[in-house]
Write a protein that binds this ligand. Structure first.
Ligand code: GCW
Length: 663
């Protein structure tokens, strides 16, 4: 090969590739710019002037290779909320929305169809979001560390703000808008009071100004003791006029800078955070004081129900016990934010019984996208099946069909605003989420917040198409791997309803034996697994902690009876004898061994699938995912061996021969 040919090959083949060397940074937004020849034949006709409508037009101008599009606003179509209608024939597509942001969402819808290679000749689309507020919660601290964050430091460069704006702020906003996310809480719920100082408010404003272009409102986590901590008030008692005035003044200042500020998220009287109970007041007293301050500006309070204390009472019961008596006492701009499960974002939990138990109070779900309990950013765990399990769970609180989705989206009890949230997995890493497949969980949350009826399979298919390739030989096996991945994690970490047997504090590996002298009993693994020579599991039946009583019938009886309790939650609700006969005919002990082993085998299977698909993936993403899968496979064996060898000291039964030997 002559040097000239070599140079030519280098420039044409290698350079474009080098240009994409950081291949995770584009997320699922890999639209190809349209060629000049197409642009000349096609018009993107905008009949509105709003900046967000212009942005929608620009996205289509740049990337829409199909027919001409007309974008129109029709304020009368209020039923659409932030949604849109798309109709089209061969030569012309019409995109109509009631709000400018609806045009932007509609534009991304069209681009998605294009990426997926869908037929766009006979479009009849009507999309209305299921929730009004679709919000990410960042647990980002002001020093840029991220609580339970595994993708590097926080995206928010506080020391550079407000003067310097990282280009990633806009990329973040665009990615969110492309999946319908319209709100974000910038800082950790373990909130530094500093965020509410004037010094920080101008920094928050700078971010809000960028995000607004994409229809995203900013919220802040507020520290309940801010009045005392920031301005030296004697206390932060919500019943005192001086404290109320402080909040009114602070809220006014925020709105002067950020006229569309969303409101506050509050973690109060939980894990050492201050709150109204410090002064003998209730959660309602605290939430209402903030709600009153925000009300004139249309702001909202998201008040968390994640409260528990070391006590004789089962931790799983405490949120219900504290909040149900307050039903009806909250202002209409307060929404109670409830984690999907009653303990804490475990690989599997039943839904929190508080859902549906407060009919006069707006409720919202809090999911966790960041994988605090699912292998950090090392393990591939596609979370749409976990999210769907909660959304689709029937609470029976207003009869059959009262799913968690329907008690929170306003279709059973109407509330002023509906919302859904998730703790973000985003950080400064080039690929945003640490693991390339972590991007799928951000994507899945956005899509489900928009339409909770979408299936995990559909969402995975979209994401794979847009992030990698639409080649069926790649899409099919990867989709299957993603669908299976969450259950694989449950199997090798905590099958059959086991929970919270994680290593202390950091929550990465197994530590079912953990017993720290003087530590909080409700933070010790044995509190949850209760292993003894008789059996395994937490007795939450009517003769145990009676947590089952917090569920509506027929669930209460189903969970309460060992024969009817779903086996995937058996050890959540029952202390089960080691020799108990499971549906498979195996003893509990053998079944436990079987699940741990299956989890390991599944991850080995993921490695094989991935290796085989190397030709479809760029080198960088291929090798990065490959290394993560190695770590995951090693960890899965670690979990299996550690848990089985530990529990065997109680069961005193042999590990079945067909199961891989501990190493
Ligand atoms: O389980 C805990 C996490 C904490 C987190 C807390 C919460 C923000 O381990 O890191 O604190 O949940 O949700 O408030």
């Amino acid at each position: 090969m002559s040097p000239i040919t070599r140079y030519f090959l280098y420039v044409t083949l290698l350079l474009p590739f080098l240009g994409h060397a950081e291949n995770g940074s584009q997320l699922w937004l890999r639209y190809v710019p349209v060629e000049k020849s197409v642009v000349n034949k096609r018009t993107i006709d905008l009949r509105a002037t709003h900046a967000m409508a212009q942005l929608a037009q620009k996205e289509l101008e740049n990337y829409w290779a199909g027919q001409s599009v007309v974008l129109k606003l029709d304020k009368k179509l209020t039923r659409l909320k932030e949604g849109y209608v798309i109709k089209g024939n061969i030569s012309r597509i019409e995109l109509v929305a009631a709000e400018p942001v609806g045009l932007l969402y509609g534009a991304y819808h069209l681009l998605r169809l294009q990426e997926m290679g869908e037929d766009i000749n006979h479009l009849q689309v009507e999309e209305i979001p299921d929730y009004d507020i679709r919000i990410l919660n960042h647990w980002d601290n002001l020093d840029r560390t991220v609580e339970r964050g595994y993708a590097g430091y926080s995206l928010w460069k506080w020391e550079e703000l407000p003067h310097q704006l990282s280009p990633r702020y806009e990329q973040y906003a665009r990615a969110n808008a492309s999946i319908g996310i319209n709100a974000t809480v910038l800082n950790n719920v373990n909130a530094s009071p500093e965020i509410l100082t004037s010094h920080y408010i101008v920094k928050v404003k700078a971010l809000a100004d960028v995000f607004r272009k994409y229809g995203i409102r900013v919220y802040l986590s507020a520290n309940f003791s801010s009045p005392a901590l920031l301005d030296g008030l004697a206390d932060s008692d919500p019943s005192r006029k001086e404290v109320q005035d402080w909040w009114n003044t602070k809220v006014k200042e925020i709105y002067q800078h950020i006229p569309d500020f969303g409101g506050f998220l509050v973690k109060a009287n939980s894990e050492g955070q201050p709150g109204p109970q410090d002064y003998g007041r209730t959660h309602a007293d605290g939430a209402n004081m903030l709600a009153d301050a925000l009300k004139p500006y249309g702001g909202v309070v998201m008040w968390r129900a994640f409260v528990y204390n070391p006590s004789e009472e089962d931790r799983a019961k405490q949120a219900y016990q504290e909040f149900v008596p307050l039903d009806g006492e909250f202002r209409d701009n307060v929404i109670i934010q409830i984690k999907n499960g009653p303990i804490d974002f475990q690989p599997r939990e039943p839904f929190t019984p508080l859902f549906g138990a407060m009919q006069h109070t707006a409720q919202m779900i809090e999911f966790q996208i960041t994988q605090e309990y699912l292998g950090f950013s090392n393990h591939l765990a596609y979370l749409a099946p976990l999210f769907k399990e909660t959304l689709d769970a029937d609470t029976y609180s207003a009869g059959e069909g009262s799913t968690v989705a329907r008690v929170t989206d306003g279709s059973i009890w109407r509330h002023k605003k509906t919302a859904i949230s998730a703790v973000a997995n985003i950080g400064e890493d080039t690929n945003w989420t640490g693991h390339h497949f972590g991007q799928a969980n951000w994507y899945a949350f956005g899509r489900l917040a928009w339409n909770h009826a979408l299936s995990s399979e559909e969402i995975a298919r979209e994401w794979i198409h847009m992030t990698f390739t639409g080649d069926a030989d790649f899409v099919k096996p990867i989709q299957q791997m993603m669908i299976d991945s969450r259950e694989a994690v449950v199997d090798y970490m905590m099958p059959l309803g086991l929970h919270h047997i994680f290593a202390f504090d950091h929550h990465y590996g197994p530590e079912p034996w953990g017993d720290r002298k003087g530590g909080r009993p409700d933070w010790m693994p044995w509190y949850y697994h209760n292993a003894d020579t008789a059996g395994l599991g937490f007795d939450r039946t009517t003769t145990g902690s009676n947590a089952v009583s917090q569920y509506s019938e027929p669930l209460r009886s189903i969970f309460n009876t060992i024969e009817t309790c779903p086996e995937n939650l058996l050890l959540w609700f029952h202390h089960v004898p080691w020799t108990h006969s499971m549906k498979s005919g195996r003893t509990l002990w053998d079944e436990l061994c079987f699940h741990y082993d299956r989890g390991v085998q599944e991850v080995r299977g993921f490695q094989k699938i991935w290796d085989k698909l190397e030709p479809y993936v760029d080198e960088q993403r291929f090798s990065e995912v490959q290394s993560k899968l190695k770590v995951q496979a090693k960890d899965a064996v670690w979990w299996k061996d550690a848990c089985l060898l530990y529990f065997q000291t109680f069961s005193n039964m042999p590990i079945p021969y067909e199961i891989e030997r501990p190493i």
